[in-house]
Design a protein around this ligand. Structure first.
Ligand SMILES: Nc1ncnc2c1ncn2[C@@H]1O[C@H](COP(=O)(O)OP(=O)(O)O)[C@@H](O)[C@H]1O
Ligand SMILES: [Mg+2]
Length: 271
């Protein structure tokens, strides 16, 4: 491993300090999270349902802001700046930190328009040719260009599930984010499409930082550089809340985790 690689591996692009997220209740849905996300790496969030993986993921692009009554306390920094500073525009955050959801959700528009839409609403100033180039580049980066180049005017909804998910990844890439959040991006896909997305993730991390929530333990161990294990705990009032149990290099989490709960989860004893 080159020195260069080591230094970039250690550069935190996002830091989470003492973060709690509340929905309508006074008990946090997920509490006391401390975490660093390193640039050009893949970080996987694993853990049983309801432990707050999606909740923390949504903090990174301020999607929880759109949920009435949701509240985030603690500090999250992005490139060293407070992501929740009142002066920061959440829409600008979502351009820098894109998201891909569990169910592929292309717009009911042409393949071309699925890609062109984001740059256009973000003030893309180039010519038609420039837009054609951006559409091609984005589709190429998401490893779907060859499959769609002759049918760019057809609906994105006419593609297979795996293709739709790569189209959604291309759409996320088109606005040139720094970070791509993926919430169980393969859980609606067959095993072959899943492997294609995993291969794609390895390409994408050269250029982007990826955070992926997954229920698939093989996927985390194959794909991720870092893995964070979340679990639920009983709060003092007897309610369940999510906690980050441990975060480490994926080889450590799956090889010799320091917490018993992690060991039990990865060996399939619960969850
Ligand atoms: N929009 C919401 N409103 C209220 N509670 C929510 C909402 N989303 C999630 N929760 C609650 O927050 C906790 C964590 O959920 P979530 O982040 O979706 O977990 P995970 O992604 O790990 O399955 C759960 O108890 C869930 O019921
Ligand atoms: Mg979830």
């Amino acid at each position: 491993m080159s020195l260069n690689k080591n230094s970039s591996e250690n550069q935190a692009i996002l830091t989470v300090e003492n973060v709690n997220v509340f929905y309508s209740s006074n008990t946090p849905a997920v509490a006391s999270v401390n975490l660093e996300i390193f640039k050009n790496q893949i970080t996987a969030f694993i853990g049983p349902s309801g432990c707050g993986k999606s909740t923390i993921l949504r903090c990174f692009n301020r999607l929880n802001d759109l949920i009435e009554g949701a509240r985030v306390t603690g500090d999250i920094t992005f490139n060293g700046k407070n992501l929740y500073d009142p002066k920061i525009d959440p829409v600008a955050v979502r351009r820098r930190i894109g998201m891909v959801f569990q169910r592929p959700n292309p717009f009911p528009k042409s393949i071309y328009e699925n890609i062109a839409f984001g740059p256009r609403i973000n003030g893309f100033k180039g010519s038609k040719n420039d837009m054609d180039d951006l559409v091609e580049k984005s589709l190429r980066s998401a490893a779907i260009w060859e499959e769609v180049k002759d049918k760019l005017k057809e609906s994105g909804l006419a593609l297979s599930g795996g293709q739709q998910q790569r189209l959604c990844i291309a759409r996320a890439i088109a606005v040139e984010p720094q970070v791509i959040l993926m919430d169980e991006p393969c859980s609606a896909l067959d095993p072959i499409s899943t492997l294609r997305i995993e291969e794609l993730m390895q390409e994408l991390k050269q250029q982007f930082t990826l955070i992926i929530v997954t229920h698939n333990m093989q996927q985390a161990s194959r794909s991720a550089d870092m893995t964070a294990f979340f679990n639920t705990e009983l709060a003092d009032n007897g309610k369940r809340m999510g906690k980050l149990v441990e975060v480490d290099r994926t080889s450590v989490i799956f090889g010799s985790p320091s917490q018993v709960a992690t060991e039990e989860y990865i060996s399939g004893r619960f969850g």
